[in-house]
Every structure is written in structure tokens, then in C-alpha cells.
Ligand binder design. Sequence first.
Ligand code: AGP
Length: 608
Amino acid sequence: MCGIVGFTGRQSAAPVLLEGLKKLEYRGYDSAGIACEQKGTISVSKVSGRIANLCEKTENGRLVPGCSGIGHTRWATHGAPTDINAHPHVSNDGRFSVVHNGIIENYMELRKELTARGYQFQSETDTEVIVHLIEMYYKGNLKDAVMKATSRLEGSYALGIMCSDCPGTLFAVREASPLILGIGVGENFFASDVTALVAYTRNAIYLDDGEFAELTADDMTVFDCTGTPIHKPVSRITWSIEAAEKGGYEHFMLKEIMEQPRAVKSAIAPRIQDDRVHLDDFEFTADELRDIRKIVITACGSAYYAGCAGRYAIEKLCRIPVTVELASELRYNDPQIDEHTLLIVLSQSGETADTIAAMRECQARGAKSLAIVNVVGSTIAKLADHTMYTWAGPEIAVATTKGYTTQLTVLYLFALYAAEKLDLISSESYHKLIDALETLPKMMQQVLDMNPALPKMAKKYNSKGSVFYIGRNTDYAVALEGALKMKEISYIHAEAYAAGELKHGTIALIDEGQPVIALCCNEQIAEKTMNNIIEVKARGAKVLAVARKGNRAILSHADDVIYIPKVEPLFSAAVEIVPLQLLAYYVAKDNGCDIDKPKNLAKSVTVE
Ligand code: AGP
């Protein structure tokens, strides 16, 4: 996600800002910039790509003079990662500059109003409306202008603001995006997180939503939302920089597992308005949907497994045949694809070479393409006819977690949208499923709150040999992803198997003490899967089951049971995967593996 920094003091601000931005690189970004003020002039330098490019362009800050300034690393949301869209943004009169972390949800209406008032926009970003609002409201008092401008904003924002009429003064504003003040001696700071501060000061003030601060080299005043000065306690930062990057978690993977409720909420919230699903990024008419004779989902790795899980909801609700194809296979299968095929491409990075190649092959055969990706402006996003972003925020750990669950969530949204457009769902069912979707974050949080049980399970189900994951229907799809998580971070061989298939050969491998993870959340067929648990138990297996709350029968069969809340069965996969992510994490931790950077793996496989 984006990161902001600010500095005001008696030394050159640019090098301090650049160092602060480097500490925020781990958050993931695709462009960066700084602005500094000197003698009533604001100088700005910004680039797409890495901070190293910015250091080179500014000669390590030498070309951006001044003792106060603001800086930004941008994780593109509105508008591709270009120099123009990079922050800081500057007002038309050049007197104001702003950096922003968050999303301004009402930026389109503000942009229309400001354009009508004659303000010229340079970028495609939501952020730019802020700097023009401040210019519009500025009558000589910067604090008043900041308050008036931010009162017009809806959404989330951590802002850094400067004005050439107020040398050495910065404003920092917080609403739903973290913002921390750093207190120095003869200098003051702000930043999105402590990693950018600890090199200069460990005395911090954590702003709360609705609060803002005025900073100069020797002074710092915090105000509440009414503009009244308030007292805020000063905290002592004890974290190491490395710990701070992970938000206090030991690994990025655990941080990202824990972020899933928020990430899934980010995927859903902008697409459910007035109790209806709106896919602004995919507005197919009913006729266009009726023209689709089949849907092909293609991806690699976990994205492929997300497709395997999401296909059930699409087929059930839309009554359109869905196949899920490995991208590395599809491209060579001479696939039966034409203009009546909708190709859904899943990818966290948007840069996976096999997926790109398969997509091009299908597009060449006439398929319409919908990309569901996390990285804004990525190759797959640009190639697709339609793109829906998962809004998961940057995913740093090589093993995807929130990438998978947000892809799944967007597939559910698509299924619901298409079913309603095709008039295949009653109003009652439609609204019931919307409610069920909106409760997914809470359901996931309940499972995460059970986290303390997982480290114990990890010790009991760790294996020197292999682990089997079994399930049926959607449970089998989740088993596929659960097995991959275990393999890629703990290096234990794990095999997902359709529970009903075991008796056709593989059950020969079940010996005394063989760990088996049984997914038994699909109520329609839970009894069948419980029979499979009995089968493997009879051959000596040690069974950890994942089941829905209320299934008491399973306690008679499995050695251990992890319960998940009674989530809508169609959407169950997004919740039942969570204990499997945690199980793999804690087994890998017990085995001393490099969890965030597993051997032989890359975060984005950009080679075939
Ligand atoms: C998942 O944990 C792996 N890192 C890998 O399977 C990944 O899902 C696959 O390479 C696809 O990546 P993408 O989603 O960025 O296209």
C-alpha cells in the first residue's frame, strides 16, 4: 500500500525523505516522489518505478532544496503507475502540495465540481482532488483550508500537506489510514509507520481517526476534528525496524493471513451499494451474458486453486458451464474457445508468464477476457478486456494467502452479479447471498481468533513423510490449496485427494499414523466425507478435520476437529482455507523454514 513521510527541521529535507521512503519500500509500491519548500517555492520530483530512480533523478535529493518537505511511495489504485500519477500532487497555482495514503471514494463527484470551477487536473488519481480543494478553500489560513478540504472527503486518507506561503510548516491528517508523528530536537516528522521514523527518533505520537497535526521544526500541535488543540501521549518506539515492517508479526505471511478480513472487505465494499452488486469494472449486459456459452477460468498455482473453488458458485448461480484450466496446459491444448467464451484470468501479480501466454492464446481465438488481479496496471490487467482488482494491498510473502481469498471473493461477486443479470435468482436469495458475502470478513475473523489452537495442531500433524488432504466438491478444491500451502512453505510432501477417489487406489498408502487433513464443511456431502474419515482411520490414519460448527458427529470419527462458523455453503471455501493457511504456517515455523521466502520459489513467476 502507499506510504507517506514528512520532515521539517534545519537540515536538507530531501535526503531525510528519501531515507524514510526506503524504509517504506517493503509495503510494496510502483512509483515514488518528494516535494520540498525553499524560499517560497515548492520543488517536486517524482518517478515511476523504484526509489533508486528517484535518488538518481534528484542526485540523492540535492536537486530538491529546502528544509521541509513531504514524500510518497505509491501503490497504484486509481490510475496506472506513471510519473504523472505519482505523488506529491501540486495545485494549479503551485503553492500547495499533497501526499496521500488511502482511497477517496467520492473523488469523481469532487473532480467534476472542481473541473467545473476551472481547476485543471494533471493525473488520473483520486488524490489530486485534495490539493485543488485546499487551494480552493485557502484564504490565507492553511489550517482552515485543510479542515474545509478534508471535510469534503469520503473514504480513507493519511495526508501530508505543505504550502509555499507557510515555510517550514507541514500538516498531517489522519482518517482510516495509519499516521504517526515523530518528535525530534529542532526537527519533526510524520510517516505511515514507525519504520520510517526510528532512524531519527523513537518518540512518537499515534494520530487517531479525525485528528490532524501542524508541525514546524520546533513545534507540534495536534487537533481534534473540530480544530481544537488536544493533548496526545508520546509513545516510545521499542520495535526494531524489521519487526515494524511486519507490523509486529514475525513473518509477512502471518501478517497477511491476519489481514484477510480487511482485504476481503476491501474487495467487497466498493462493489455492494444499496444492497446490490455493482461491478463498475465489468458491466456486461444481460444479452452479453446470455451470449456466453461457457466460462474458462485459467491461472497458475494458488490462483488456479481459487478458480477450482470459485467455479462451484458460478455454475450453481449462473448455470453456465465452467472449466478451470492450468494456464501452462491450456495454451498448448488447442482449446475449444471462441467469441462465446468468457475467459476469467486469475493472478495476484498480474505478471505470471504462463497465464499471460494462455490469455493471449484464448484472446486470439475470440474469447472475451476478464482479469481478476491484485496489482494495478499489471500486464494481465492491461491485456484484459475487463479487469476487476482484488484490492488486497501488496502481498509480500511468496506464499499467497489474502491473494487467494480475495480472488475467491471477487469470483463470488461475479457469480452473484451475473445470476441477477440473467434473472436466474430470486430477489430473496439474491439479498440473502449479498448478506452472506458481507459477513465473510467477520466469519474469517472468528477463525483467526481461534489461532491459538493451530500451533498445537501443527505439532501433532507435522510429518516427516507426507500429509493427505481430502475432501469432496468445494472441500476438495480447498484441499488442493491447503496442500500447496503445506508443500511450499514447510517442504513436506502433501497431496490433495478427492475423498471419494481414495478407495480406487491411493488408500493403499494409508498406514499407521499417517496424517490426514479432512475437509468436511460442505453439509450436503459431509456424511460421505465422514465415511472416508472412517475408512482412513480404520487403516491407522491420524485425522484432523475441518468442519462447520454444529457437526457433532465428526467428533466420533476424527482425532481433532477445527470448527468454522456456519458460513453460506457457496462461500465456505474462503473461510475454511484459513485454518489450513495457519496449519502450514506453524508447521513451517516448527521446521525452521524461511517462511516468507521459501527455497526455489519467486513471488511472481515471470518466466515460462
Ligand atoms: C502460491 O502460494 C504460489 N506463490 C504460486 O502458486 C502462485 O499462486 C502462482 O505462481 C500464481 O501467481 P499469480 O497469482 O501472481 O499469477
